[in-house]
Design a protein around this ligand. Sequence first.
Ligand code: AMP
Ligand code: GLY
Length: 431
Amino acid sequence: MKILVLGSGGREHALAWKLVQSPSVEDLFVAPGNPGTAALTLTNGKHVANVALSPTYFPAVRSALLQYHIDMLVVGPEEPLVKGIKDFCLHDPALSNILVVGPGSDGARLEGSKDYAKGFMSSYNIPTALYQTFDADHYREACRFLETMHSPYVLKADGLAAGKGVLIETDLPQAREHLKEILDGKFGAAGNKVVVEEFLDGIEVSVFIITDGIHYKILPEAKDYKKIGEHDSGLNTGGMGAVSPVPFAGNQFMKKVEERIIRPTLSGLQKVGCDYRGFIFFGLMNCAGDPYLIEYNVRMGDPETESIVMRLQGDLAAACTALKNRSLDKTDLTVNSDHSVTVVTVSGGYPGSYEKGYDIEGLDRVRDATVFHMGTAGEQKIKTAGGRVLAVSALASTSEQAREKAYRELSRLSFRDMYYRKDIGEDLMNM
Ligand code: AMP
Ligand code: GLY
């Protein structure tokens, strides 16, 4: 089997790292990939190859799919999915046989439109925050609804806004001001509509499944650390670390997630006629032991994937292949009981402005952890090339040991102005 993974970050490195372990994979390409993906080797001894292209420029993706005789396209980020990469393949006779792991644009609306996602949750009685959606013609009504809510106020631009479209504001006049700014175009077309919703007080957890549209397998759950500063202070980032398993997502909680959220989602998708085959990421809030769905993502999380793959047992390529004839139930994907901790190193200044192009030292000295590349460049000499640079994932039989290992191995790495949080997983230690 020949696979192309679309994307370039730590998530795609982690997916490729897991896929190369499958003996059925003859060739693996990552487009555009990174120096980490280029260093992977398949079980047949072949090297993984990067293909330079933009994942949202479909004609280039098409050329790569044909040139390398690809059987399976694994889509990492949401943007190509929301823009319809799967539909593009299905409607092209030369590509229609390729299995796309990821939904069509119909399923991708669950992430591409918050209003659609909230409507879907309401239709299928999936527990979520109370909400209403407004457009620019209904600013007054939006303000009136806002006034019926309690502080903090949650405002969400409807469309994809590169992770920046959610505003949480404690002050009502400020919230009104933000509402106006979004409707006036602060996030471009993504803010043509705004979802105003109730604030959920709880603790967040990410739950992931892979589904063939009928069957599903629950992948390891994870908690990610979004803030730049220790003890969740400062600005939001793409994610500064992750841990799996999550102590407050035990069997009882996960049973509720399955019954109240996962199954209604899959039956809802069937009812709306959506043939969803791929990953679903449920962004949940645990409110006093009950799960509420904050959002859907139609792809895996980053850096959660870098923690999750460490705990996945079985053949991921075979599980993906099984999406084609809906035989996921016959595959052997399971989760081991180990603990994984992922710590992300970032460029000094991130998530604000930062410099790139600094030499990364010590990659060859890391032994007891897996280093996934997030934002790096170069061949002989690897350099920083993004805000988030490397994700260091360690696995051990306890969370304490996994943490200790991740930080010990991370200390072998260095680049100018390197920063990382020193408290990943600390809050969960005594739970
Ligand atoms: P999103 O961009 O949808 O992932 O939202 C960003 C973050 O905002 C989430 O991960 C939560 O931490 C927070 N958030 C979103 N909606 C709510 C809500 N209704 N109540 C509390 N926090 C929320
Ligand atoms: N770590 C959150 C995300 O991937 O959206």
